[in-house]
Design a protein around this ligand. Structure first.
Ligand code: HCA
Ligand code: CU
Length: 439
């Protein structure tokens, strides 16, 4: 399926997200205990499929040299990508490579569409990572890039000075001056999360002035809580390619969340940046990845159910009169509705677990969820197509006798605008049981 001219024929959109959930995201400490938590191949295939359906055209993966597992997964993911070309167009798979011939060879052999090179350029990175000075970095990187350019002219090449925001301007320029003729993009990673929005704006302006003909790629870590705002600033400064992961997972506190980035561009009416992205798929994508990590969508994630949950009595009463009272943002357009979970015969036990637990408040552990999933998968095929899968699942949950979470009595009903767009006032709690249990 690979066509060497694809990239030269591709017209990049105003915003090209390079999603790195399957590279940077796999470096999250949540997956650190790899005996307990890891993305299986099936998980990765599901995540890639969902990213492509959400409109991502560039996906970063580890170089296959990282492990036999990653090598085999690369091939499986390529097959998923190929299977979606007719429906969704082409998605470029980019391998994250050190400036080592072995990394490069493994990626080319695996059929990567592009190579994302990186090497540390800051004092700290040079002292503690590879011990090389700038001359040695160039002596290592330049001939390798020249060689790849010569023999594989259609590969998409990117070069990042790792820890760019702790690298002096003069040092970064020194390296990029020599590399820029060889690459399609220059990376700008804030590896340790030190950058401020003002610093990003200044750096981007300086680099764009010096290298007007090349594209840039931003990658911002969350250590100070600035990943999203730095990414937005980079975009407004003219950086077309931006790295995200689903839920922002990555090393330490992670990087920019894919959904959070698109959500903010939408709220600020940068509709041109949203060309080709499927916004309603973003909450289901968040749920999917949260579920793989065996957690709920984190409350700090903007595209989350948390932002449609109203707890205080005053908030709840106001919500009965008008949702706008405490909901400023069109979260339903980002799929924050129960109906967007899209249960079906192919749903894994983890999605069923999530649906029953977070959306319907049943109490169940993973073991029960797996048992229920087995029954569900059989029964969903036996039912008439017009019976909604949710209904089948709830019936099974009831048969299993699952308890439902009960919250303390509220003086006014709790309103959750999940699957009932029209909120109608209900009798006060006490009159007809707890409203959460009555749905
Ligand atoms: C890493 C570091 C990296 C690389 C980013 C890039 C970073 O985990 O290898 O290649 O541009 O934050 O610098 O993620
Ligand atoms: Cu990173």
């Amino acid at each position: 399926m690979s066509d060497p001219y694809r990239f030269s024929q591709y017209a990049p959109r105003p915003l090209e997200v390079i999603d790195t959930t399957l590279r940077e995201g796999q470096q999250t400490s949540l997956l650190h205990d790899h005996h307990k938590y890891f993305f299986t191949r099936a998980d990765k295939e599901e995540i890639l499929r969902a990213l492509i359906i959400c409109g991502v055209k560039f996906v970063e993966l580890f170089a296959p040299v990282v492990s036999p597992q990653e090598r085999d997964d690369f091939a499986a993911l390529k097959a998923v990508r190929d299977g979606l070309i007719t429906q969704k167009g082409y998605t470029f798979l980019l391998a994250h490579v050190r400036c080592h011939p072995r990394d490069v060879e493994s990626a080319i052999q695996a059929g990567a569409d592009g190579l994302n090179f990186y090497i540390g350029t800051s004092d700290q990175s040079r002292a503690f990572n590879h011990g090389r000075d700038l001359d040695a970095i160039l002596a290592q990187a330049r001939p390798l890039l020249e060689d790849v350019r010569r023999h594989h002219p259609h590969l998409i090449l990117r070069f990042s000075g790792e820890d760019a925001f702790r690298t002096r301007d003069a040092d970064l320029f020194r390296v990029y001056d020599e590399i820029v003729p060889l690459v399609d993009r220059l990376g700008l990673p804030d590896t340790v999360g030190v950058a401020t929005p003002e610093g990003v704006a200044a750096r981007v302006a300086a680099l764009r002035a010096r290298y007007p003909a090349v594209d840039f790629e931003g990658h911002f870590h969350e250590d100070r809580g600035f990943a999203l705002v730095n990414t937005l600033r980079a975009f407004h400064g003219g950086v077309r390619y931006l790295n995200t992961t689903v839920l922002g997972i990555g090393e330490r506190s992670g990087i920019t969340s894919f959904a959070a980035l698109l959500f903010n561009l939408f709220i600020d009416r940068h509709y041109d940046a949203l060309e080709g992205y499927h916004l309603r798929g973003l909450y289901p994508l968040n749920v999917l990845v949260a579920d793989k990590l065996k957690m709920l969508v984190p409350p700090r994630e903007p595209v989350s159910l948390t932002n449609r949950t109203h707890t205080a009595g005053v908030h709840q009463s106001a919500m009965l009169n008008g949702a706008a009272a405490y909901e400023a943002h069109p979260l339903d357009q980002f799929g924050v509705t129960a109906s967007e979970i899209l249960l079906g015969p192919l749903s894994g036990w983890n999605i069923l677990h999530y649906f029953l637990k977070e959306i319907r408040y049943y109490q169940l552990d993973e073991g029960k969820a797996k048992e229920i999933a087995a029954v569900f998968k059989e029964r969903v095929y036996q039912q008439a197509p017009e019976v909604p899968p949710e209904e089948i699942l709830i019936a099974i949950a009831e048969e299993f006798g699952l308890a439902r979470l009960t919250l303390p009595e509220a003086r006014t009903p709790i309103v959750q605008r999940l699957d009932s767009p029209a909120v109608t006032p209900r009798p006060a709690a006490g009159a007809g049981g707890h409203p959460l249990n009555g749905r």
